[in-house]
Design a protein around this ligand. Structure first.
Ligand code: ATP
Ligand code: MG
Length: 342
């Protein structure tokens, strides 16, 4: 984790969130979940959130949202996040997120928001019909982070731009009111799989919202589904290279090697020393075996936890209490800075 010497006033604190929008996938695991447990073992206070208010920026079926929120919580726990060590909760139970988001809506500029590539990607050609919430999403994300004065945010590569916006919002707030109140958050984008790509299209990231189930490996997929999706993954006809440079113009090959490296906890060079020269017909079954070995204990544990929804709900309620205890005083101080009578 990088040290930021300008941040001496703020205690190191990790925050990250995942949307309970279903289809939790290998990209979420390698880019986010797998790394969350690391911050916990490093002894840094960590706060993890099921960002249900982000999920409703596109329509969600209510029964599905409820199930997906519990399933995501199970995914965190099964990936090694311990609710006794980290704060684990869902966003809508802590109103500070929405309140601070409104304040940040008044800090962020339209021009900043219009530049967000996720907005452009998700709204596509139909911007007039996208929700206002989808447009304002990055201000809510800034609130998620800054309500805890979080200093470090482990995320996948796709969130880099939103984290830069979070820094801009913190800087502008601090400047506008002549304070040094919000920390300038550090993105933590590390590892060999910070951007897992779609199995069908090496130029698109693997996403929960991709309409094609074949584009992603879901955390709940069984061994057969994983093997079949990897077997059918798009590749080129060449053998694997022996060095990382050989992957540069081969996005699909690079993606599969990156996934292998991240799952095996090896560097890309170490993997290629081993598999360089092999055809995909040989490499794909190796990758499928490794993915099944790594993911099946997690999906089994998720399924077990899902049998006890009351327990999951109790964990989220308890986490929300802990989260409120941190966020509410920060929100109160924000209102005071703004001059709101309380
Ligand atoms: P959606 O398509 O609905 O936006 P998503 O797959 O992007 O879903 P999010 O809940 O938006 O999932 O993101 C949760 C976390 O997973 C974030 O830290 C994000 O950066 C990370 N993440 C998402 N997709 C990938 C990916 N393909 N590779 C690596 N990390 C990813
Ligand atoms: Mg996303």
């Amino acid at each position: 984790m990088s040290e930021d010497t300008t941040q001496t006033a703020f205690t190191p604190r990790v925050f990250s969130g995942i949307q309970p929008s279903g289809n939790l996938h290998l990209g979420n695991y390698l880019g986010a979940l797998k790394r969350f447990a690391d911050s916990q073992t490093a002894g840094i206070q960590s706060i993890f959130c099921m960002v249900d208010m982000h999920a409703i920026t596109v329509w969600q079926d209510p029964a599905a949202l409820r199930r997906q929120t519990r399933e995501l919580t199970a995914g965190f726990i099964a990936s090694g996040v311990d609710p006794d060590k980290s704060v684990l909760f869902n966003q809508s139970q802590v109103s500070a997120h929405a309140e601070l988001a409104w304040i940040f809506n008044c800090v962020a500029r339209m021009g900043w928001m219009k530049r967000m590539t996720q907005w452009k990607d998700k709204a596509g050609k139909n911007q007039e019909n996208a929700s206002l919430g989808l447009f304002a999403y990055p201000a809510l994300m800034a609130a998620d982070i800054l309500a805890y004065h979080a200093t470090h945010v482990p995320v996948g590569e796709d969130q880099k731009q939103h984290l830069e916006l979070t820094r801009d919002i913190a800087i502008k707030f601090n400047n506008d009111f002549g304070v040094d109140f919000f920390p300038i958050t550090e993105p933590v984008i590390e590892g060999t799989a910070t951007r897992v790509m779609s199995l069908r299209d090496g130029s698109k990231k693997m996403s929960k919202s991709d309409p094609s189930d074949m584009s992603r490996i879901n955390m709940t997929d069984d061994a057969d589904a994983i093997a079949s999706k990897i077997r059918k993954a798009r590749t080129d006809p060449d053998a694997l290279p022996s060095e990382a440079e050989g992957l540069e113009a081969r996005p699909e090959a690079r993606n599969l090697v990156n996934i292998y490296a991240a799952l095996a906890d090896l560097s890309v060079d170490a993997v290629l020393r081993d598999v360089g020269g092999k055809q995909f017909s040989e490499f794909k079954p190796m990758l499928a075996d490794l993915a099944v070995t790594r993911l099946s204990p997690i999906s089994t544990e998720m399924a077990r936890l899902m049998q006890q929804p009351d327990e999951i709900d109790a964990i989220l309620r308890h986490g929300a209490e802990q989260a409120r205890a941190i966020a509410n005083p920060i929100l109160e101080k924000t209102y005071e800075i703004l001059g709101m009578v309380r």
